[in-house]
Design a protein around this ligand. Structure first.
Ligand SMILES: Cc1ncc(COP(=O)(O)O)c(C=O)c1O
Length: 429
């Protein structure tokens, strides 16, 4: 049972007892700025910066020899995604050879759907919810079109009953005989609902349906056990909770039971490692997740992720999750105590078991309030039409940050500072 009270002393006591407090100094946390957008773009860590310098130096001194130079674990830089896979595997509970790091998230959705979607006249639909991030929908729509289907018919949408949460029973009910593949988010990007992947994957499996998950809003914040989930594939970005850098290279998990499959999108870096440089014209598939790579891997994009993952090797996902849940619980407590009287409400699930890593603060005047929040030195993230997403990050957000943020929002509401702003949304957050 968590015990909070609304004083600054409470925040200070929570920080003093925080076993993860020491990690904050490993990041570039800007003085006076309260960063609550680590679920869009995680902050830069000093380890990430060092790793980039290391790669730059190798390029400087060895030229093309960089590719064969052994890196961590003796793995040559040509196989750098394998180094990253070793760091990522404990975060999502699978074997390292079931992970590769390649492309963007969106392209990895294309790759996974192109690999696993083999429609027949009877079974040709792809099932999704209507709350998943748009790029997932766009990728699936274009894959359906490439197969000659009209997405209006072949994309089966399960609609949320309230526009915030997915109804898992309705998703399972929609897994009918005409469905070939299901793609769902693990944590919803707007409401932070954490879905029961194990249950949904089991339901899909029983019905002979392929299932994959988008882990963008969960990886690095919520522990996963993909061995137990036994999904067919998963995709994710590495720039949110994992702090891999703006537009960092993305992740792809292929369940080892599918290693014999031929990737939907092939390229020479997915060829068998031992014959890749023989440059034969016939593709020979490397039978592990790295067989799903396509072209030459961007070392300068992968390097910061390798650095950023170091901190995960110094703690456990259970510890990260515990702090993350405590931070969001504390934030919700302070919202209830200090902000509801100004018309704010909490739009995310409150139960630990179904809550991801951020708080969805809702207000009917959220657009203007979000602008005032930014002007007050807080970095939030706005999601249309009325959600201010606030993500306290276990590695670098303190309880005092949360306390101070709520105090600044109280002042904005008391002074009606938001009235200075237009009711119009900007570009990124
Ligand atoms: C659930 C989800 N999927 C995918 C993406 C983005 O994909 P990409 O990394 O290709 O830009 C996001 C971005 O926020 C997201 O929230």
């Amino acid at each position: 049972m968590r015990q909070f009270n609304p004083t600054l002393e409470c925040a200070k006591a929570l920080d003093a007892a925080d076993p993860m407090a020491g990690f904050r100094d490993r990041f570039y946390v800007q003085e006076g700025i309260i960063y609550m957008d680590g679920n869009s773009l995680g902050l830069m860590s000093k380890d990430a910066e060092q790793e980039v310098y290391k790669i730059l130096d190798l390029w400087k001194t060895r030229g093309i020899g960089i590719w064969s130079t052994p890196g961590e674990g003796g793995i040559p830089h040509i196989d750098y995604p394998d180094i990253l896979a070793r760091g990522l595997a404990p975060l999502i509970g699978c074997d390292a050879d079931e992970i590769t790091v390649t492309n963007s998230t969106t392209i990895n959705i294309h790759q996974a759907v192109a690999t696993f979607y083999h429609p027949t006249p009877e079974r040709y639909k792809i099932l999704m919810d209507d709350l998943n991030f748009p790029t997932d929908h766009y990728a699936v729509q274009s894959q359906l079109a490439l197969h000659g289907y009209d997405p209006a018919d072949a994309l089966k949408l399960v609609r949320s009953p309230d526009g915030k949460l997915i109804d898992e029973d309705a998703v399972i009910e929609a897994m009918t005989d005409d469905v070939a593949l299901v793609l769902l988010p693990a944590v919803l990007y707007r409401s932070a609902q954490l879905i029961n992947m194990e249950r949904l994957a089991a339901a899909a499996r029983e019905r002979g349906i392929v299932i994959g998950f988008d882990l963008c809003h969960s990886i690095g914040s919520v522990p996963h056990n993909l061995k137990a989930v036994d999904a067919d594939f998963a995709i994710w970005c590495n720039y949110k909770y994992l702090n891999g850098g703006p537009g960092a290279i993305a992740g792809l998990y292929i369940n080892r039971k599918h290693f014999e499959r031929i990737p939907g999108l092939t390229g020479w870096h997915g060829n068998r490692a031992d014959t890749k440089f023989e440059l034969r014209l016939d593709f020979e598939h490397e039978k592990r997740a790295s067989g799903w790579q396509t072209g030459t891997q961007p070392l300068l994009s992968m390097a910061p992720l390798n650095g950023a993952l170091k901190i995960y090797g110094e703690t456990s996902m259970a510890t990260v999750r515990e702090k993350s849940l405590n931070l969001t619980a504390y934030m919700m407590y302070l919202i209830d105590e200090k902000l509801t009287k100004y018309g704010f409400s909490v739009g995310n699930p409150r139960d630990d078991a179904v809550r991801g890593g951020h708080v969805a603060l809702e207000h009917e005047d959220a657009i203007r309030i979000n602008e005032a929040i930014k002007a007050a030195g807080i970095v939030p993230d706005f999601r249309f039409p009325n959600v201010i997403r606030l993500a306290p990050i276990a590695f670098y957000t303190s309880y005092e940050d949360v306390y101070e943020m709520i105090e600044r929002i109280v002042k904005i509401m008391e002074d009606k500072e938001y009235e200075k702003y237009e009711n119009k949304i900007g570009t990124v957050a």
